[in-house]
Design a protein around this ligand. Structure first.
Ligand SMILES: Cc1cc2nc3c(=O)[nH]c(=O)nc-3n(C[C@H](O)[C@H](O)[C@H](O)COP(=O)(O)OP(=O)(O)OC[C@H]3O[C@@H](n4cnc5c(N)ncnc54)[C@H](O)[C@@H]3O)c2cc1C
Length: 394
């Protein structure tokens, strides 16, 4: 496959290229960036993207989005990745990827007026309150309760793994409103202000040492009934419609390919410590080739999803296959990189011997979560098994 852009598409690609080249701070370009260490530069970039009107590439213009076609979104993501700029999810976050679209589709006019402009201006951050200690893959079994009491709902329960809850002003909460209904039919969506009395956020550190996610406790948290999004007890169906984040994963595929190319460049330029040869020992040489070929596979799988979307088809097991393959590949790439660097690999930024800006170790540790977040590899395999291969349900 050899994809070529039309003249119009090429002009758009160049516009993205020039914009990134001029405005994106150098310290957050280079892939594998630790966004928790470089939050300031990321915020500066976010402001530039907001001024350009590209914070929400897929949203309709009437809500302040960029109204990009699928092809333009594809070009945009690909060019960001090629320029080693942060993917658009790091600019808009969950607020743009999941929460805004939910409010646009299911929210009232008042809810849209209140929440959409601050999201686009980068003034509010949101977190997603779905997973609970006993409910991750089987999300519909969640137990956090929201009970109607006059003009309010009263919330009690606990969420876990809530990314950036400690920095968010709002949570999009999925809670049980009808405990007697079958599990998928008794859930509802709510907006919860994180400063409401009774909300407690407790940090969870991940193994990179970053404070990325949290536990969130609700004790008799009272929110106005007008904070219900959409219909009561239809939350599951609404959640399913809006859970698709960046299904094509094209940005990640291009980024991975460039990461492998960077590794190959490093390997061909550096001598190993000790025997005087290049770090590219035969075993590493072959691994680098394997990783490169695998990034081509990830690209092809991603292209399939993009072309389906461009034809207005809804990718299903195809999107699960991309997620499964790319996230497991991310771990293999991180593994090869650490092997290549030998004893230098685990060194962080504090050491004078640090290689590749101290990112490999962070990438290695962080990639472990890739096959869990957004649905585990086992769940993706089940989707491909049932819907792609037609195998019976377990
Ligand atoms: C970095 C990170 C960020 C996250 N951010 C958020 C967030 O912001 N908001 C939020 O709500 N959640 C978030 N999560 C939670 C994430 O969605 C869940 O961790 C994930 O869905 C898995 O659920 P679980 O952890 O409860 O594991 P479980 O569902 O308990 O799974 C445990 C193991 O059993 C396997 N398993 C489960 N069911 C099956 C099955 N049917 N067949 C085969 N194997 C199965 C799983 O694959 C896994 O290996 C985040 C997770 C991570 C790692």
């Amino acid at each position: 496959m050899d994809f070529r852009f039309t003249a119009e598409e090429e002009a758009f690609r160049k516009e993205v290229h020039d914009f990134v080249d001029k405005e994106c701070p150098k310290e957050i370009r280079g892939g594998g960036v630790n966004f928790f260490e470089e939050a300031g530069s990321l915020m500066a970039w976010r402001k530039k993207v907001a001024e350009k009107g590209w914070v929400a590439p897929a949203w309709p213009k009437e809500y302040g989005g960029a109204s990009m076609s699928i092809m333009q979104q594809f070009i945009y993501s690909m060019e960001l990745a090629k320029m080693r700029a942060p993917a658009s999810i790091f600019v808009g976050g969950l607020a743009v990827a999941v929460i805004g679209p939910t409010i646009i589709i299911y929210g009232t006019e008042e809810q849209k007026k209140e929440h959409i402009p601050p999201i686009l201006a980068g003034e509010t951050m949101w977190c997603q309150g779905f997973s609970e200690p006993g409910s991750g893959s089987d999300l519909a079994s969640l137990q956090t309760r929201a009970v109607r009491d006059g003009d309010d709902y009263v919330i009690n329960g606990q969420k876990i793994w809530t990314t950036l809850a400690h920095m968010s002003q709002y949570m999009l909460l999925l809670a049980r409103t009808d405990p007697d209904a079958p599990k998928h039919k008794g859930l509802s969506y709510f907006v919860v202000p994180m400063d409401a009395p009774g909300v407690e956020v407790r940090p969870l550190m991940n193994m990179t040492g970053s404070h990325e996610f949290n536990e969130v406790y609700f004790e008799d948290v009272r929110i106005p009934a007008s904070n219900l999004i959409g219909e009561e007890n239809r939350g599951w169906y609404q959640a399913v419609t809006t859970l698709d984040i960046e299904r094509s994963n094209i940005g990640s595929a291009v980024g991975q390919q460039q990461h492998v190319e960077d590794m190959a460049k490093y390997a061909s330029e550096h001598k190993s410590n000790g025997d005087g040869g290049y770090v590219v020992r035969p075993s590493i040489r072959f691994e680098l080739v394997d990783r490169y070929v695998e990034t081509e596979v990830a690209m092809a799988l991603s292209m399939r999803v993009v072309t389906m979307q461009a034809k207005e088809m809804i990718p299903n097991y195809e999107a699960a296959a991309v997620k499964l393959y790319s996230m497991e590949l991310a771990q293999r790439i991180a593994n090869t990189e650490l092997k290549m660097l030998g004893l230098y690999g685990p060194l962080g930024r504090g050491s004078k011997y640090t290689q590749m800006n101290g990112r490999p170790m962070f990438g290695y540790l962080r990639s472990v979560a890739n096959t869990i977040e957004g649905g585990t590899s086992e769940i993706q395999r089940n989707i491909v098994a049932q819907r792609g291969l037609g195998l019976p349900k377990e």
